[in-house]
Write a protein that binds this ligand. Structure first.
Ligand code: HC0
Ligand code: SF4
Length: 574
């Protein structure tokens, strides 16, 4: 341990700690901007590029960046001298001198770390206003907008994309004043191997990286009298939407959300969790089929579109191992425009399906040509949790004051298995709850697979089914997925089934969720919310959902049968 004094407070911290970490342990706040400590991922943005966190160290002439300066025995630090305060303000003024000052109409207005810091440091004047860098906006993709005029070169996106996700799309190109975070050769995003996971957007402190805003499209649909507008909400939305209205992270707002969506004017308010149960019927049947007929193993889950795009680009020699199941919200779209349309006597052409998702890649996924019927998309528009909050605020709907309401039926009822899709490990746990019973003809008494839960990057469990040990693995974050896939390719892993979600934590940490600003505790609370909702459900196995049973009886026939194949399965492309 090392003894340090900060602002006359003493503390002993582990050797190798930074001044910032020691100050945190003493509850002394030092402002930061580029710093990002994703401790759940054991990942820190180490570039120390902004110099906002400078402090004075006794005996040293220069100010030291607290985030990147290790402590030493007897170190004496002062964090709040006039020299520090002036230096921080100066750094910020210089950053702002090359930043568009259009906060009033900025996508990140009131959610921008640069804006908050300018307020905190009492910046009232931008000195040295000189040349401004000018870059064209990249609006080429369906998911992400790159506006490099707003980039402050903190490099958080680079850390996320290259170190955590190992996709290597964003890095600094050019030099000096012309430096910009961009794909190689400055290619438009849609021409790159970007997975649209949105993790770069999730950590961007400004509006340099934002989502494609689909809110206007949804308003137009709601006010088009010819359209029957259906909405579905992803599992992870209900544990995060409340944050935008002042609730604690992880607060379950399922019933309030259903009520709010009705107030917005949707004609039918449904739940993607229902379709998650449907996915389990198909995925568990596919897994059982592969197990019993010597099919290709391991089977990989296929519901995360960023993960799908990742393996299409990076593991194109292994396209025969992922499950062919469409993702739940896409299955929902098809069922809405076929089964539900028939049942309700609606013309599918007039049905407009909106998905509320914690995810940016779902926007890209909905536009994939494979996910259409007669050229009509299964899902018409995807908005994120943040965009739904924006719509509610525009309509003056105060979510937290609403009385709980139920989803509509028949596409609104779900089991606990459908809910846990929202957290890493949940999809495979849900699949096990069903596959176990189908393969053994026995009741699964203990439905909680604790080994598959939590934030460990790669998790494993072995389940005995009919005397055989079935080996399961779970990875979240694409870097972890890459490690697993490389082991499989090299013949070093003998798993039977693997779940992969692109975002750290799974969908609860999706790129479309309320910004966590690097506070990983928020993800932990959202995860708790997911498992609480599962525990509270009367039905916790997908195949016991009565509306799912009815859907197969009335319309689909057998799970993994001919009709289900045509409507609910897809294929992958190199
Ligand atoms: Fe997910 Fe999904 S669980 S990907 O994370 O499978 O986005 O929440 O909606 O479709 O259900 C996201 C979350 C979903 C889908 C489901 C899956
Ligand atoms: Fe990288 Fe994901 Fe951002 Fe694409 S969306 S640039 S893959 S972090």
């Amino acid at each position: 341990m090392v003894n340090v004094t900060i602002n006359d407070n003493q503390i002993a911290v582990e050797e190798g700690s930074t001044i910032l970490e020691a100050a945190k342990a003493l509850n002394i706040r030092i402002p930061t901007l580029c710093h990002l400590d994703l401790h759940n991922l054991k990942m820190v943005n180490e570039v120390a590029s902004c110099r906002i966190c400078v402090v004075e160290v006794a005996g040293r002439r220069n100010l030291a960046p607290a985030c990147a300066t290790p402590v030493f025995e007897g170190m004496q630090v002062t964090t709040n001298t006039l020299r520090c305060i002036k230096a921080r303000r100066r750094v910020l003024e210089l950053l702002l001198s090359n930043h568009p000052k259009d906060c009033l109409i900025c996508e990140k207005n009131q959610d921008c770390e640069l804006q908050s810091l300018a307020a905190e440091l009492n910046v009232r004047e931008i000195k040295n206003q000189g040349e401004m860098s000018k870059h064209p906006r990249d609006t080429s993709s369906k998911s992400i907008v790159r506006n490099m005029d707003k980039c402050i070169l903190c490099r958080r996106c680079e850390t996320m994309c290259n170190k955590v996700q190992t996709v290597n799309v964003l890095s600094a190109i050019h030099r000096g004043f012309n430096t910009v975070m961009a794909p190689s050769m400055n290619l438009p995003m849609h021409e790159t191997t970007c997975t649209f996971c949105g993790q770069c957007v999730a950590v961007c402190p400004t509006a340099a990286l934002t989502e494609v805003n689909n809110v206007p499209k949804v308003w137009d649909a709601l006010y088009n009298e010819k359209k029957f507008v259906m909405v579905q909400t992803a599992p992870a939305v209900r544990v995060a939407l409340g944050e935008e209205f002042g609730a604690e992270p992880g607060t379950l707002v399922t019933g309030k959300m259903a009520a709010a969506l009705r107030r917005l004017g949707f004609n039918a308010v449904f739940d993607t969790d229902f379709a998650a149960d449907l996915t389990i019927m198909e995925e568990a049947a596919e897994f059982a089929h592969r197990l019993q007929h010597g099919g290709k193993l391991p089977i990989l889950t296929s519901c995360c579109p960023a993960w799908v795009k990742f393996f299409e680009h990076q593991f194109s020699d292994m396209l025969d191992i992922p499950s062919t199941c469409k993702s739940p919200h896409e299955m929902f779209g098809v069922i809405a425009k076929t089964y539900y349309a028939e049942k309700m006597g609606l013309d599918p052409e007039n049905i407009y399906v909106v998905s509320v998702m914690p995810c940016l890649a779902k926007k890209y996924e909905a536009a994939r040509p494979e996910l259409t019927q007669d050229e009509a998309p299964d899902v018409d528009t995807v908005i994120t949790t943040r965009e739904l909050a924006q719509m509610l605020k525009e309509a003056n709907i105060d979510l937290m004051t609403l009385e709980d309401e139920e989803f509509d039926n028949p596409l609104g009822e779900s089991s606990g298995a459908g809910v846990i899709f929202g957290a890493t490990g949940g999809v495979i746990e849900a699949a096990l709850r069903t596959a176990y019973e189908w393969l053994t003809n026995e009741t699964l008494e203990k439905v909680d697979f604790y080994d598959l839960r939590g934030f460990e990057g790669i998790k494993e469990a072995t389940v005995n089914i009919n005397g055989a040990d079935i080996k399961i693995a779970v990875a979240h974050g694409l870097g972890n997925a890459r490690r697993l896939l490389e082991d499989i390719r090299d013949g070093k892993a003998d798993y039977h089934a693997i779940e992969i979600m692109a975002c750290p934590g799974g969908c609860i940490g999706g790129g479309g969720q309320p910004y966590h600003h690097g506070d990983m505790e928020i993800l932990r609370k959202r995860m708790e919310g997911i498992y609480t909702e599962d525990k509270n459900k009367v039905i916790r196995k997908s195949h016991e959902n009565p509306y799912i049973k009815k859907l197969y009886e009335e319309y689909l026939g057998e799970p993994y049968g001919e009709k289900a194949h045509k409507l609910l399965h897809t294929h992958y492309v190199k």
